[in-house]
Design a protein around this ligand. Structure first.
Ligand code: AMP
Ligand code: MG
Length: 439
C-alpha cells in the first residue's frame, strides 16, 4: 500500500474542526434517585416561591409585635397562649391582640401574627389552668419570620441545561417536585482495539504479544466523561474482518473509538477502512506528540476516533478530542480539559518541533502551581500514566524548556475549560523566549 503524505494541522485547528461538527445527544427522563452526576437537559426553573408560605424559623410563639411595645425587663407583658402548631400544621385560629400561638420551626405563620419570639426568650406561666407567656422585650413587625419566596422566587432560573447534577441540585429538584429528571442520554461509545499482537487481559503472555491495555483505559476515560461504554473483543489486523467489525460497531454506537492501526505501517488498516466506509475524515495528522496520527472522521451522524495504539498517545487523543464531543453534546459549558498555569519542576531538554503533551504530576499551590513530568516520556510508555494527573503542554518550535519556566497544563480532574486553545500559555512565542535563554 503506498504511503500517502499527510499534512499536520495545529492541535487548536483539529479541536476547532471537531467543535464545528458537534451534535446534541438525545434526552431521557430518569428517576430522581438515579440522576446524580448526570447532566441536566432542561433549565431548572423555580415553579413556585420557596418557602411557599411565611413560616417560623424557630420554635417559639407567634405574636402581634404591637402587643410587645411596652415590654421591658422590669415590666414584662403577658399574652395568653391559645393554640399550639407544629411544622406541617396550620393554625385553626386567627391571632388577635393579647394572644399568642405556640409555633414550631417550619410551621406556617398564623393569620394575624407578624412576629415570632423564640421559646428560650419567654417565661411560660399557668394561671387558673390557662397558659400564658411573659415577654420582656419589644418585637418589631416581621421579626423572626421566614418569608414566602425569600429563598427563591417563582420563575428564577436556578441551573442551566448542561450543568452536572450534584446532591445540592437534587435537593432543589425535589423541592420543586421533580420525581423524574430530564437528563442527556449517555452517548454510547463503542471501543474496538486493533492489533495482532494483542492478548486479552486474562491471557498469559506469549512471545511477541502484549495485553490490551488501551481498551480498558479508554473505557474508564469516557465513562468519567459521562458516556456509556460498549467494549468489543479486540481484533487482529486484517482489513476485511476489521471493516466488518468497525461497521458493526458503528451500527451500535454513537461514537466509535478504535485504538491502533491508524498510522502508515503495513498493517495499519484504519485509513483504508474510513475510505471504504465513505467516512468524512476531518484530519489524519496533527502537529502534536504523542498521537500525531490521531484521525477523526464522521459518518452518517456518527463519530469515528482513530486513536494511536501507543497507550500515552491513546490517552491524550481521548482527552483532547473525544472529551469535547461527549460533553458539548450534553451542552456542558466547559467541555475541554481545564487549563492551568504552572511552573515547570524539572528541565525538559527535548527539542520540540510539534506541540508536546507531557504526562505530568501537577501540584496546586497557593501562589503558583508546580508541574513535573511523570516517568518515561515515550508515547509507548504506560507506566507514566499511573501517576499523571495532567498534561504539560509545550508549544512546538523550541529546543527545550528549563526548570522554572511558566507552562500551560491541562487537567481532566478540574471543572474544565471553555476554549483553552487561545491561551498565550500555548503560544510559540513564550516557548522561544525560554529556549533562547538556553546555552
Ligand atoms: P499502532 O498504533 O497500531 O501502530 O500501535 C502502536 C504501539 O502501541 C505498538 O507498540 C502496539 O503494540 C501498541 N498497542 C497497540 N494497541 C494497543 C493496546 N490496545 N494496548 C496496549 N498497547 C497497544
Ligand atoms: Mg498496530
Amino acid at each position: 500500500m503506498p504511503v500517502t503524505k499527510r499534512t499536520p494541522i495545529p492541535v487548536s485547528e483539529a479541536v476547532k474542526s471537531i467543535m464545528s461538527r458537534t451534535c446534541v445527544w438525545e434526552t431521557e427522563e430518569v428517576p430522581i434517585t438515579e440522576c446524580d452526576n448526570r447532566i441536566l437537559a432542561n433549565h431548572l426553573i423555580a415553579s413556585h416561591d420557596v418557602p411557599p408560605f411565611d413560616r417560623s424559623p424557630y420554635d417559639g410563639f407567634a405574636v402581634h409585635s404591637e402587643d410587645t411595645l411596652d415590654a421591658s425587663e422590669n415590666s414584662p407583658i403577658k399574652l395568653q397562649v391559645i393554640e399550639t402548631i407544629g411544622a406541617g400544621q396550620v393554625a385553626a385560629n386567627k391571632l388577635s391582640s393579647g394572644n399568642a400561638i405556640r409555633i414550631m420551626t417550619g410551621a406556617k405563620i398564623p393569620e394575624g401574627a407578624d412576629a415570632v419570639i423564640m421559646l428560650e426568650l419567654v417565661k411560660e406561666i399557668d394561671v387558673d389552668g390557662k397558659s400564658f407567656i411573659q415577654i420582656k422585650r419589644t418585637l418589631k413587625p416581621n421579626d423572626n419570620i421566614s418569608f414566602k419566596g425569600e429563598d427563591t422566587k417563582e420563575g428564577t432560573v436556578l441551573a442551566k441545561a448542561g450543568t452536572v447534577i450534584t446532591p445540592g441540585m437534587i435537593a432543589v429538584l425535589a423541592t420543586f417536585g421533580h420525581h423524574t429528571v430530564s437528563v442527556f442520554k449517555k452517548p454510547v461509545v463503542g471501543i474496538l482495539s486493533t492489533g495482532t499482537e494483542l492478548l486479552d487481559v486474562n491471557e498469559p503472555l506469549q512471545p511477541g504479544k502484549i495485553r490490551n491495555s488501551n481498551a480498558y483505559m479508554v473505557a474508564a476515560q469516557v465513562k468519567a466523561m459521562g458516556a456509556a461504554v460498549k467494549l468489543y473483543q479486540h481484533r487482529e489486523d486484517n482489513f476485511d474482518s476489521l471493516y466488518e467489525n468497525v461497521s458493526e460497531c458503528l451500527a451500535d454506537s454513537d461514537i466509535v473509538i478504535t485504538t491502533g492501526g491508524v498510522s502508515v505501517g503495513d498493517y495499519d488498516y484504519l485509513p483504508a477502512i474510513y475510505e471504504k466506509l465513505g467516512a468524512e475524515v476531518l484530519f489524519n495528522k496533527i502537529a502534536m506528540r504523542p498521537g500525531s496520527v490521531t484521525t477523526v472522521a464522521v459518518h452518517q451522524g456518527k463519530w469515528l476516533f482513530g486513536l494511536s495504539g501507543n497507550p500515552s498517545a491513546c490517552f491524550v487523543g481521548c482527552e483532547l478530542f473525544v472529551r469535547p464531543v461527549i460533553l458539548s453534546g450534553m451542552k456542558v459549558k466547559k467541555p475541554h480539559c481545564q487549563i492551568l498555569k504552572a511552573e515547570l519542576g524539572a528541565d525538559f531538554p527535548k527539542p520540540n518541533p510539534f506541540t508536546r503533551f507531557v504526562r505530568a504530576v501537577l501540584t496546586e499551590g497557593i501562589n503558583m502551581n508546580s508541574v513535573t513530568p511523570a516517568g518515561l516520556d515515550k508515547s509507548g510508555s504506560v507506566s507514566s500514566l499511573l501517576a499523571a494527573n495532567s498534561l504539560i503542554v509545550l508549544p512546538g518550535g523550541t529546543r527545550g524548556w528549563e526548570k522554572g519556566s511558566e507552562v500551560g497544563v491541562l487537567t481532566w480532574n478540574g471543572e474544565g475549560s471553555e476554549w483553552p486553545w487561545d491561551s498565550p500559555l500555548f503560544s510559540k512565542s513564550s516557548a522561544i523566549k525560554t529556549a533562547e535563554k538556553q546555552p
